[in-house]
Design a binder for this molecule. Structure first.
Ligand code: RB5
Length: 155
């Protein structure tokens, strides 16, 4: 499984910990930055890099981290085909995959500790999409994306 990571300055440390953890577990991981927490950067820039990589099929999923996870999730969800889920518990992470087929996990480094974040990531990476009744709901979201006009962010 290929995983793309991104964060702003606030999410940098948690992203680093998760990157090392995932690499140790043998995942193919690419880091889009930020590469330090010395200067404040803008979360949409980094969320966009990871979301684009998933949108273009270069990675199976993404993990994006900012202070709360909120801004980065909002930004990533502007891209067609991206379903970024903000999850700070394992139940939400499991449902984000099983029901929503989420392809990006958003985390807030100022909200969640490393131990729980690792568990949330583990669940997110292992639970499959259930399909069935959930597929027709995703089809409705896809239709909404098709109908959206004027504000398309080009891939
Ligand atoms: C940065 O201070 C903070 O606003 C950002 O990391 C994030 O929490 C935004 O949603």
């Amino acid at each position: 499984m290929r995983i793309v990571l991104a964060s702003d300055h606030a999410g940098f440390l948690l992203k680093e910990l998760l990157r090392k953890h995932l690499q140790k577990k043998g995942f193919q991981v690419e880091d889009c930055g930020a590469f330090d927490d010395k200067e404040a950067v803008d979360y949409p820039d980094f969320a966009l890099k990871a979301a684009r990589a998933v949108q273009e099929g270069r990675f199976d999923c993404g993990i994006i981290v900012c202070g709360t996870g909120i801004g980065t999730a909002i930004a990533a969800n502007k891209l067609k085909g991206i379903r970024a889920a903000l999850c700070h518990d394992t139940f939400s992470a499991a449902c984000a995959r099983a029901h929503n087929d989420a392809n990006i996990l958003a985390l807030g480094a100022r909200v969640i500790g490393e131990g729980l974040a690792r568990e949330v990531v583990e669940v997110f990476l292992t639970v499959p999409f259930e399909g069935g009744r959930h597929s027709k709901r995703l089809e409705k979201i896809k239709k909404m994306e098709e109908e959206r006009n004027g504000t398309k962010i080009s891939p």
